[in-house]
Design a protein around this ligand. Structure first.
Ligand SMILES: Cc1ncc(COP(=O)(O)O)c(C=O)c1O
Length: 382
């Protein structure tokens, strides 16, 4: 028998209450029953996104919401500024290029986080920029970016700020209205503790003001069509009904724990993971690591892929490096339905696998270091 542990940065584990809700017989979406469910979900989504306006929902992976943010607010030939510090920052640029936008890049070396002053300087050089695209939690490098700082630079300009929060929503604080972020996009299979298949876009008044004059082509991903439907407590097209049923449960779980406690839990698990890997003499890849996943440099002489394959052979799914980071790093996620013993399982597995690969492991060192962080927190210490 093999027992599986899912500690990859998406999809993430799903709580039993959510699985049970989704296993119920499907309901029809043009019914009072669905409308009651949808009304509740809409309200809870606004609390999660910390925004006043409706959160739009599409049956798609997170990339669908990224594309929706672009096609609803921009016109062919518009200039956009893209912060590129990893695979997902690069994805913003790729989608913008696919739609014929003029991309100005603020490039950040992999593993580093952007200095908001660099965004402000780039905006000062290119005042016609219509939108700035950034990634809150760059899952490919494990780095978190200073969205509050970037928002402070962008809100002084006519540009809108569009943020990929796919692995930061429900992980770290992102009060979009308070910070002045214009579009926040997210996906279901990360901290929302659901299967893949729902994409979200929360849209500020400043971004909505762009929609009527934006000329990029769109049909399924039309913000206007969804808004019109939401006003009738409906969705424009057939929603992913079972996922929305699960979403109601996962939002209940998140909001019952309370956003500050959810953020504190992710922070604690991230600190325990970092302490654990560093106790084994390993180095973190990100200069400013986020709380969604910890990217670790593979030790000299050991291929990163061998570590994540070895973990998988022992039943633990983590992630390797993407693109040019392939073989150089591995990533342990601690996002969503995760708790102390998930981190300890990952670290114990890592010790065994590194030992198998000939790395000199002081057995138990990572667990001691992680427990030090977790134990202190239980006693309410900083
Ligand atoms: C930061 C970030 N952006 C975008 C994506 C793409 O999301 P999806 O695979 O749901 O389309 C991911 C997925 O891992 C991600 O972590």
């Amino acid at each position: 028998m093999m027992k599986h542990y899912l500690l990859a940065p998406g999809p993430t584990p799903i709580p039993p209450a959510v699985l049970q809700a989704m296993a119920q017989p499907i309901i029809h979406h043009r019914t009072p029953e669905y409308e009651a469910l949808f009304a509740e979900v809409r309200q809870d989504l606004r609390r999660l996104f910390q925004c006043r306006n409706e959160v739009l929902m599409f049956a798609a992976s997170g990339t669908g919401a990224m594309e929706a943010a672009i096609v609803n607010t921009l016109s062919p030939g518009d200039a956009v500024l893209v912060v590129r510090g990893g695979k997902f920052g690069e994805r913003w640029a790729e989608i913008c290029e696919a739609y014929g936008l003029r991309v100005i890049s603020v490039d950040v070396p992999y593993g580093k986080s952007v200095d908001p002053a660099a965004v402000a300087a780039a905006l000062a050089h290119a005042p016609a920029v219509a939108a700035v695209f950034a990634t809150h939690s760059e899952t490919s490098t494990g780095a978190v970016h200073d969205i509050q700082g970037i928002a402070a630079a962008v809100r002084r300009t006519p540009a809108i700020l569009v943020v990929d929060a796919i692995t930061s929503l429900g992980v770290v604080d992102l009060p979009m209205d308070a910070w002045g972020v214009d579009i926040v996009v997210a996906g279901s299979q990360k901290a929302l503790m659901l299967p893949p298949g729902l994409a979200f876009a929360a849209v500020s008044d400043k971004a909505w003001a762009r929609v009527p004059s934006a000329r990029l082509p769109r049909f399924y991903f039309s913000f206007t069509a969804e808004k019109k439907a939401i006003e009738k407590n409906q969705s424009a097209y057939t929603p992913a009904v079972s996922l929305v049923v699960g979403l109601r449960e996962s939002l209940h779980l998140i909001l019952a724990e309370g956003l500050p406690a959810v953020f504190a839990r992710h922070d604690r698990l991230a600190r325990a993971t970092r302490a654990g890997v560093q106790a084994l003499g390993l180095e973190l890849f990100a200069e400013h690591p986020g709380a969604a996943c910890t990217a670790v440099k593979a030790p000299t002489g050991i291929e990163g892929g061998a570590i994540f394959k070895g973990m998988r052979a022992r039943g633990i799914t983590i992630a390797g490096g993407q693109g040019s980071m392939r073989g150089k790093i591995f990533r342990i996620a601690h996002m969503g339905y995760v708790a102390d013993f998930d981190v300890l399982t990952a670290l114990a597995g890592l010790e065994l696998v590194l030992g198998d690969l000939g790395y000199p492991v002081e057995r138990g060192a990572s667990l001691r270091a992680a427990e030090e962080v977790l134990g202190h927190q239980e006693r309410g210490e900083a």
